[in-house]
Write a protein that binds this ligand. Structure first.
Ligand SMILES: [Zn+2]
Length: 87
């Protein structure tokens, strides 16, 4: 089997709660298509931060990158569930 041509789910550690979470192959493809870096937080902590409207420095930087390609899109349109790619 040639692993280099196949995306696989990877396990990441959340920097907030230190829990492991799955960064699925589908999410990896989605992040790459949006020029986003690998997430540092689990989905739970991400939603918490979003709910508290705490901007994440890394994500803000990504927004600027994404903004060049998608004018008019703001932080409100950020990554939701990983399968929301509308292409
Ligand atoms: Zn977490």
């Amino acid at each position: 089997m040639d692993k280099s041509t196949k995306q696989e789910d990877i396990v990441l550690i959340c920097i907030d709660c230190s829990n492991q979470f799955i960064f699925s192959a589908g999410e990896q493809a989605f992040y790459r298509s949006k020029a986003l870096s690998v997430p540092k937080r689990c989905p739970t902590c991400r939603q918490k931060r979003k709910a508290n409207l705490v901007p994440d420095e890394t994500q803000l930087r990504s927004y600027r990158e994404v903004g060049k390609m998608l004018p008019g899109n703001g932080p409100c349109n950020e990554y939701q569930e990983g399968n929301s790619d509308d292409k």
